[in-house]
Design a protein around this ligand. Structure first.
Ligand code: PLP
Length: 452
């Protein structure tokens, strides 16, 4: 039987060829750390159970290697999204286009003219890079890009309505997700919240009645993730804007998802677009970069120059500014819209525009490759706080397994992890959200998990 005296020392372990390889791969300090931790661990286990003896040098080194691998592997890595939820917030929302990734890569690798005016050789502004393309695309007078839409809301309200009244419909005082509650953000900005209407009904006159007192803004917040149905009433946005403008009050529209195209084209219901908000006369419009736009995480603020100037000057603007990779990536994504190639280039738009026949073809090909399962009709959804309850038809590969939950867990442990869903103890895989370049890895992973 072995005892602690048989345990090799760090010095002895350092003589081995395997440890030399660890040092080459992970560096000397980390390797030493891992060897020490492994030996400590073995000593502790030995004290609890001396009968088991001490492991071989080979087993010790294997344990040290898994520790080193765990320490140096990022916890954030790609997964395969087979859920059919196109903008899955928990799975990182929108995958980006090749041109977007390329643009982010280029400015990240080298120096750039981020805040440098190449004409004059003097200091420039990082704000101009996405501004011109946003002006061209939307017709807005001015634009600003910040970290995300939540910070766009906070910044806009802080800059335009601190200690002043902001009128908003009670039905729009929503929680968007991740603890982002419209009333809390308004309070944080210092704005004085003035609720109008009831939970289900609000009329233009409710707004107009509030304009008798000095009012900084009217705000509309898109309800994003829920619907009010039944005995409800809400005026046209244009009517609210007209009433506000008559009283000299500007209107801020938090669109959230901010589509530049009509989602009805893909079989979903209509989501308010940026262009419609512009046409209705909104003075400032806020939307996300990584929802229906399909680009990097960003908060986009467009609107009238006088208001945007105030927003740009507020101290919070510096605190929530977008970084160079975001600005480069966002410009590349917006360029797809400008060139009318969004549907061909932007992954989430490609997913939405897949025909049923194409989805069915992929599901059938998966079934053939696996030699099992059935292809059934199902629904894909948008998710990401856009188009609540909305879905479009799809085809799913349905797999019959012993335990659906255990199978899902095995899929999550695959490398790369595969995320699927279950219904009635069957596993469902939606080809719509699986990127074509991930299909090979998906089938390998599925085959491994299906092995008896
Ligand atoms: C999603 C959403 C936000 C927050 O956007 P992020 O980019 O996730 O910060 C704000 N307002 C509305 C209406 C939204 O739907």
């Amino acid at each position: 039987m072995t005892t602690l005296r048989n345990l090799p020392s760090i010095e002895q372990l350092l003589q081995t060829e395997t440890t030399a390889q660890f040092i080459a791969r992970f560096g000397r300090p980390l390797t030493l750390d891992a060897l020490r931790q492994t030996l400590d661990d073995i000593r502790a286990r030995f004290k609890l159970n001396p009968e088991a003896g001490v492991p071989s040098t080979e087993a010790i080194l294997t344990q040290a290697e898994s520790t080193l691998t765990a320490w140096t592997t990022s916890t954030l890595h790609p997964v395969i999204n087979a859920t059919g939820v196109i903008l899955h917030t928990n799975l990182g929302r929108a995958p980006m286009s090749d041109a977007t990734i390329h643009a982010m890569d280029l400015v990240s690798r080298s120096y750039s003219n981020l805040e440098f005016d190449l004409e004059t050789g003097k200091r420039g502004s990082r704000l101009i890079h996405a501004e011109s393309i946003l002006q061209k695309l939307t017709g807005a007078e001015a634009a600003l890009v910040v970290n995300n839409c939540a910070s766009a809301v906070l910044l806009t309200l802080s800059a335009l309505a601190n200690k002043k009244r902001v009128v908003i419909a009670r039905s729009q005082l929503v929680e968007i997700g991740g603890g982002f509650r419209v009333p809390d953000v308004m309070k944080q900005s210092g704005a004085k919240l003035v609720e109008v209407g009831t939970t289900n009904k609000v009329r233009t006159a409710d707004y107009a009645a509030e304009f008798e007192e000095p009012t900084a803004l009217v705000m509309r917040a898109h309800r994003s993730n829920f619907k009010i149905v039944g005995f409800t009433e809400e005026p046209n946005f244009k009517d609210i804007v007209d009433a506000a403008h008559k009283a000299g009050v500007p209107v801020v529209d938090d669109l959230g998802s901010g589509a530049l195209y009509d989602t009805a084209k893909y079989g979903f219901s209509h989501e308010p677009t940026v262009q419609e908000s512009m046409q209705a006369g909104a003075d400032v419009i806020l939307f996300s970069g990584d929802k229906l736009l399909g680009g990097p995480q960003a908060g986009i603020i467009i609107g009238r120059k006088a208001l945007l100037d105030k927003i740009k000057k507020h101290p919070l603007a510096r605190a929530v500014r977008a970084d160079k990779a975001c600005l480069a990536g966002l410009s590349a994504t917006l360029t797809h819209y400008l060139k009318d190639e969004a549907e061909r280039e932007i992954p989430i738009l490609k997913m939405m525009s897949l025909t049923l026949k194409q989805v069915q073809g992929r599901a059938e090909a998966w079934r053939a490759a696996l030699g099992q399962g059935v292809v059934i009709e199902g629904r894909s959804t948008v998710g990401g706080g856009s188009l609540p309850e909305e879905s479009i038809p799809t085809y799913l590969l349905e797999l019959q397994v012993k335990s659906a939950d255990k199978f899902l867990r095995a899929l999550r442990r695959n490398s790369p992890p595969i995320i699927a869903r279950t219904e009635n103890d069957k596993v469902l895989l939606d080809p719509r959200t699986v990127l074509p370049e991930q299909e090979g890895a998906l089938l390998v992973g599925l085959k491994n998990c299906l092995k008896p």
